[in-house]
Design a protein around this ligand. Sequence first.
Ligand SMILES: Cc1ncc(C[n+]2csc(CCOP(=O)(O)OP(=O)(O)O)c2C)c(N)n1
Ligand SMILES: [Mg+2]
Length: 213
Amino acid sequence: MSHLSTEETAFLKDKAKQIRIDILKMITKANSGHTGGSLSIADLLTLLYFKEMHVDPANPHKADRDRLVLSKGHAAPAMYACLAEKGYFPKEELNHLRQAGHMLQGHPDMKHTPGVDMTTGSLGQGISAACGMALASKIDKADWRVYAVLGDGELEEGQVWEAAMYAAHYKLDHLTAFVDNNGLQIDGPITEVMSSLPIGDKFRAFGWHVIET
Ligand SMILES: Cc1ncc(C[n+]2csc(CCOP(=O)(O)OP(=O)(O)O)c2C)c(N)n1
Ligand SMILES: [Mg+2]
């Protein structure tokens, strides 16, 4: 990740605030949706979409774009707020979250929403798809990167560890995975439901370079 100047930090903080406002408005209007899991990635997605990723909202399928796979797909409102703010589609669409016949469904759908690189929602699957993309980029000797965003509860899915093993084996250096360690999943604290801790040690044991914040 690049270093942020004071001006960039102020800009991103402001954007993230707007993203949070949009998330709350969207979920309130829909009267349905994952508020906590969306808010807890607002800063991360803001940083990725507004600083880190090379993407072009006017050309969402550009071959050499960076990809973002929201493996914790239930946090779609955070992604939708960023995509609208970036200009992939009119902000008016945010008023129709989870409404039949509209593009912003409860979980990301790559066939209906510009800017969504992978359809997700079934926890554990997104990281595997991200591995496939990262392998493609590596084989093509391309520069584009893949960012995957996972939940800490999601790590309870065995498929995540199959993907983690795969990524290390194939040296997928075009892939960065983030784990949103918010300590919670639907049924309560992850430490009570089925602890995924210590997360860093587990990924290290699978051969990953880990940065913990
Ligand atoms: C395979 C699968 N099982 C169950 C669910 C239902 N579900 C949606 S969110 C969630 C909790 C996930 O917790 P975490 O990964 O920590 O995400 P957070 O809510 O903290 O963002 C569950 C169990 C799902 N989407 N996919
Ligand atoms: Mg969680």
